[in-house]
Design a binder for this molecule. Structure first.
Ligand SMILES: [Zn+2]
Length: 235
């Protein structure tokens, strides 16, 4: 069971470092990290080099993304992925645009150490820069084979996709895998009150606006997620 500070990314004492064959490393909750290594080994048998683009991220990492967008140092997009004119947005518009594509610091599932953004390094075209876009995982994209392989095999290792469909919360993320034995018990424990507590002292841009809509952010970003299939290993 994760502590409150772990649920909101305020502590990293629940994660440890893992290394994939080839040397790439990531941080994860121990059981989740072991499962990812097992998934990697099974995928390798099928000629897939399952690589981790992102695993554990803390509150500070997520806040860095937030602040860069808040200050206009990173682009903002509307719900359809169209770039927005930063100068034309008021503070409420900025907050809404950030929340469209980024989790609120303290509310990212990546804080739990159970979440992994994965791609197939063996299928990366020469000189291609990974973007983590749905098109890359579509039937005509470079990671189509990885995606199909995950559909068939991830449940046996305890993984599912929480962002498998548009539900009005986070957009579809076919690359984002969640380890059910850790994430299922974590989800109901991340409450709006805990999210509010995590924001204390963070000096997040637009914090007052965020605090005023924490219940809606929780309902959309945290609760509107997919569930594991019945075959998914849960212990
Ligand atoms: Zn992710």
């Amino acid at each position: 069971m994760l502590a409150d500070e772990a649920l909101t990314g305020r502590s990293d004492s629940h994660v440890r470092a893992f290394a994939l064959p080839g040397g790439a490393s990531f941080r994860a909750q121990p059981q989740a990290g072991e499962a990812l290594l097992a998934l990697h080994a099974a995928a390798a048998q099928a000629g897939i080099d399952l690589a981790v683009a992102s695993a554990w991220r803390g509150f500070v990492d997520q806040a860095r993304i937030w602040q860069a967008k808040w200050r206009g140092e990173r682009p903002l997009y509307d719900a359809h992925g169209q770039p927005l004119d930063y100068a034309a947005l008021d503070e409420a518009g900025r907050v809404a645009a950030i929340l469209e594509w980024s989790a609120l610091p303290g509310a990212s599932r990546h804080h739990w150490g159970s979440e992994f953004d994965v791609y197939d390094r063996a299928a990366l075209p020469e000189g291609y820069r990974l973007q983590l876009l749905p098109a890359e995982y579509a039937p005509d994209g470079p990671f189509a084979r990885l995606s199909a392989w995950l559909d068939a095999h991830m449940a046996a290792f305890g993984f599912f996709r929480p962002y498998d469909a548009e539900r009005g919360g986070m957009h579809v993320e076919p690359w984002h895998l969640s380890f059910a034995p850790v994430s299922l018990p974590a989800l109901p424990r991340l409450t709006p009150a805990l999210m509010a507590h995590a924001l204390s002292g963070s000096e997040l841009g637009g914090e007052a606006l965020v605090r005023a809509q924490l219940a809606q952010i929780h309902a959309r970003q945290v609760c509107l997620v997919g569930s594991p299939s019945p075959e998914t290993k849960r212990t």
